[in-house]
Design a protein around this ligand. Structure first.
Ligand code: NAD
Length: 457
């Protein structure tokens, strides 16, 4: 199975590293080591020891902020200002993980509550599962790893991280930071490789939980094969942003552009569909276009760059194809629409057909498709018309409408007067329908990564 992983800078094309991918016997060894370290060391560590490691990792991330941000930008093409945000968020993820490590509780349950007289009591404890496999995508190489490794270690598990083969270098650096922070050897390991390595790891019978973040197609494939083990899926999104007539249009347009075009639209929670009320369509669209025109596209290493390249030329070609298809389906191009290599120009389309592939599927590029509506029923129907259900945003101050949307839109979170990209690391995060199963957010991930064990005495 062994295949070398070649890591290139998506902007310059420069070769960053060639890393030997792991083969099947190495996966066997890694899982055996993880299981052994978990049994001998991991589950016997005190919460305070786990807290100290995680806190120390957070501290190292603070010290190495610049170095880590540069690495993210080099391997993923993410604009450096966004990479700094990712590093700061990852630090918070480890801080929350450290705190939660000291906060894992069970309960005491009396048993003399039926006609059966007994003086027994039950004490429950949340116990770690054992070996956790964490599989991550290319677009947040540090913070998505943090959202799996932090809670796994906080809970007392051993974890093997399989980062994206397109951007694995940050994960390797994170592994070094754990070693420097005193993490016992083997408790956190990194398996480098492409899809088959992830699959072999996930399906290994000694792996007790698979925490996967990535595309729907890979998630579906894993779900079909996984058998009896826990599976946490954080998959794609197709997040809508609704603009009502009472919206603060400037704020709404700014949010649409920030959340739709940021990281070149390569975020699961990017605004991927805009639904604007007919009454404000014209001024809102004009604001969006004027903001999109000011975006600086280019070298992701420069501090003022807003948009870098997409992760690969193939990814950019696919986005371009969908834009052309949407135009054939009746959409009107307001700006952008062009591709050069792996760059796609910031693109705004209006009169988009809700059935177009561009808006039915997740389009991972800097494209804002705008659709208008007059009737809120129709808007809700469009929101729910895709297979996805990650997050949604609405601009309105109408509380009755907010309550109705909260009730009727199928998503993991609805953000009021903000965009769907809103996330803070301690909050529950995850989607419904094809967007996933389970919740991340440190405390919630720890719940998924532990189980209740009872002592009857
Ligand atoms: P991807 O599915 O191609 O790859 C994700 C990871 O899975 C990579 O590490 C890859 O090597 C691995 N993989 C591929 N085939 C596998 C298999 N058969 N078995 C096990 N692992 C396998 O996704 P991507 O293109 O790297 O990332 C983009 C996708 O991730 C988008 O759909 C995006 O919405 C989603 N995403 C979701 C979230 C979320 O929290 N919901 C966050 C970020 C990204």
């Amino acid at each position: 199975m062994r295949t070398d992983v070649v890591v290139e800078n998506p902007y310059t094309g420069e070769l960053l590293a060639t890393i030997p991918g792991v083969n099947s016997s190495q996966i066997e060894e890694m899982v055996a080591r993880a299981e052994d370290v978990f049994r001998r060391v991991g589950r016997n560590m005190t919460p305070y020891e786990r807290y100290e490691i995680l806190f120390s990792v957070a501290d190292k991330i603070r010290t190495l902020r610049e170095q880590l941000a540069k690495l993210i930008t080099e391997e993923s093409g993410k604009p450096i200002k966004d990479s700094f945000i990712e590093v700061d968020r990852a630090r918070q993820t480890f801080l929350f993980s450290a705190e939660e490590a000291r906060n894992i509780r069970g309960e005491s349950i009396p048993c003399d509550v039926t006609e059966v007289r007994t003086d027994k009591t039950v004490m429950t404890r949340r116990v770690p599962l054992g070996v956790v496999a964490a599989i991550t995508p290319f677009n947040f190489p540090l913070n998505l790893a943090a959202h799996k490794v932090g809670p796994a270690i906080a809970a007392g598990n051993a974890v093997i991280l399989k980062p994206s083969s397109l951007a694995p270098l940050t994960a390797l650096r994170l592994h070094e930071l754990f070693a420097e922070a005193g993490c016992p050897e083997g408790l956190f390991q990194v398996a480098i490789g492409r899809g088959p390595v992830g699959e072999a790891l996930a399906l290994h019978k000694k792996v007790r939980l698979v925490s996967f973040t990535g595309s729907v197609s890979t998630g579906q494939r894993l779900a079909a094969a996984i058998g009896v083990k826990r599976l946490l899926l954080e998959l794609g999104g197709n997040d809508p942003l609704l603009i009502m007539p009472d919206a603060d249009l400037e704020e709404a347009a700014k949010t649409a552009v920030d959340h739709g075009m940021g990281s070149s639209g390569q975020r699961c929670t990017a605004v991927k569909r805009v639904l604007v009320h007919k009454d404000v369509e014209e001024p809102f669209t004009a604001l969006v276009v004027s903001l999109a025109e000011t975006l600086r596209v280019g070298d992701p290493g420069k501090p003022d760059t807003d948009l870098g390249p997409l992760i690969t030329v193939e990814a950019a070609i696919e986005v371009e194809r969908r834009i052309h298809q949407a135009l054939e389906d009746g959409a009107r191009l307001l700006i952008g629409g062009k591709r050069k290599g792996s760059f796609v120009d910031p693109t705004v389309l209006t009169e988009v057909n809700p059935e177009s592939e561009l808006v039915q599927q997740e389009t991972f590029g800097p494209v804002l498709p705008i659709m208008s509506f007059t009737d809120i029923e129709e808007a809700i129907q469009i929101c729910n018309s895709t297979d996805f259900g990650l997050q949604a945003g609405v601009f309105t101050n109408n509380i009755a409408l907010v309550k109705r949307l909260f009730n009727e839109i199928d998503v993991g979170a609805l953000i009021v007067n903000g965009g769907p990209g809103f996330r803070i690391e301690h909050l529950p995060f995850g989607g419904t329908k094809m967007s996933g199963i389970g919740r991340e957010g440190v405390k919630y991930a720890i719940e998924e990564m532990t189980e209740t064990k009872s002592l009857v005495f």
